[in-house]
Design a protein around this ligand. Structure first.
Ligand SMILES: [Zn+2]
Ligand SMILES: [Zn+2]
Length: 381
């Protein structure tokens, strides 16, 4: 493995920073204290920065003359869950922990900042974007709405996630889709309430709801082409409050994942058809509210990432045949505005899964991630 020697030389310092962030997890868009820590390191390295979005931060490092700008984006937020690890640097905030490795993601970018403060011999500009609110809080959208792509001419953008189940010396690069889209829907079925003993004077909504649920569960198997992937999950059903009464309304909620925008369109259309059809049969009203939360994350420059990864971990450790994940990632929003690639860096085969109360970012991959970023700069600038 060709890890960057300058990064390795400072590894203990970076581990300390990571542990400090791990001890003080912040959630959602409220990452102010993490930003204070990152700013103190950037000040130390003599790198200028500005606030962007909500508690996100962008640092700009100019090299030699050159028009190309490469941005690296990491996330910083933790999760509202209690940590079950008992090592010295476990979370000091009850009910919050870094269970998705974002503490390690942002530390890897701090390591890149330290390196670039001493090595500005590249042609062009590097941006370091520390983003809040990745875990469903629209942190990326807040950055984009704050004119990120107007203020900076971003030619390429790269990001990564620590990946449990993948060995720590390996990097996975997907051609095309890497992370799934996430959509959420709510269906309100409305009939007419009344006494349970007299359904003939009511218009009961449950039969339509039962058909809707059965119908939605056939969409992936019957309508989505067998070579494509998709998930339609029902996550909530609520209706009624009496043992002897028929309610007016029943609400059904659910979640949809796909790895292809055409499949996403097909599923949305099929849900609408199923709701309309079932409601027409029983003469009840059905209203579908379908919200697209995250787009599919599509890598447009996997070749650049693959070459950079090969330089760091060797071609034998670059994995290119993994299925995309059905989890969503808001880096996908940036890929709607520029070219780039999102990679997975192995967190270890025995690593607990993401969002598990025993998950911990593997410090061994701090230099892998930072060296990967440096290799991307070597490729493009
Ligand atoms: Zn997560
Ligand atoms: Zn994550």
């Amino acid at each position: 493995m060709a890890l960057n020697a300058d990064v390795i030389a400072l590894l203990d310092e970076f581990k300390d920073i990571r542990h400090k962030i791990h001890q003080h997890p912040e959630v959602g868009l409220e990452t102010a204290q993490t930003v204070v820590l990152i700013k103190s390191k950037l000040d130390e390295y003599g790198i200028s920065y500005e606030n962007i979005g909500v508690n996100s931060l962008v640092a700009e490092i100019k090299g030699k003359a050159g028009d190309t700008t490469v941005a690296f984006r990491v996330d910083m937020d933790g999760l509202e869950m209690s940590e079950e690890n008992d090592f010295s640097y476990k979370s000091q905030v009850e009910g919050r922990m870094h269970a998705c490795g974002h503490d390690g993601h942002c530390t890897s970018l701090i390591a890149l900042a330290a390196y670039l403060s001493k090595h500005r011999d590249f042609n062009g500009t590097v941006l370091l974007l520390f983003q809040s609110g990745e875990e469903g809080y629209e942190g990326a959208l807040r950055v984009i709405e704050d004119s990120f792509f107007d203020k900076y001419k971003v030619d390429y953008m790269f990001g990564f996630h620590a990946w449990p189940g993948l060995a720590s010396g390996k990097i996975a690069v997907h051609n095309g889709a890497c992370m799934a889209s996430e959509d959420r829907f709510e269906i309100m079925v409305t009939g007419k309430s009344g006494h349970a003993s007299m359904p003939h004077v009511c218009n009961e909504p449950f039969a339509a709801v039962a058909d809707i649920i059965k119908g939605l569960q056939t969409i992936v198997g019957r309508k989505v082409p067998s070579h494509e992937r998709g998930v339609v999950s029902i996550t909530q059903v609520h209706g009624g409050s009496l043992r002897n009464g028929i309610p007016d309304n029943v609400m059904v909620q659910g979640n949809v994942r796909t790895c292809n925008e055409d499949v996403q369109d097909l599923i949305e259309e099929s849900i609408a058809q199923t709701v309309a059809g079932a409601c027409a049969i029983y003469g009840v009203k059905g209203v579908l509210d379908y919200v697209r939360k995250h787009p599919v994350l599509i890598n447009s420059t996997p070749d650049v990432a693959r070459k950079a990864a090969e330089k760091v971990v060797g071609p034998e450790n670059v994995v290119t045949d993994l299925e995309s994940s059905m989890a969503a990632e808001d880096f996908a929003f940036f890929m709607k505005h520029t070219k780039g690639c999102y990679v997975w860096i192995g967190n270890g085969v025995d690593s607990p899964p993401l969002h598990n109360s025993k998950f911990d970012f593997n410090d061994e991959i701090l230099p892998v991630a930072a060296s990967f970023f440096i290799a991307v700069i070597d490729e493009l600038l």
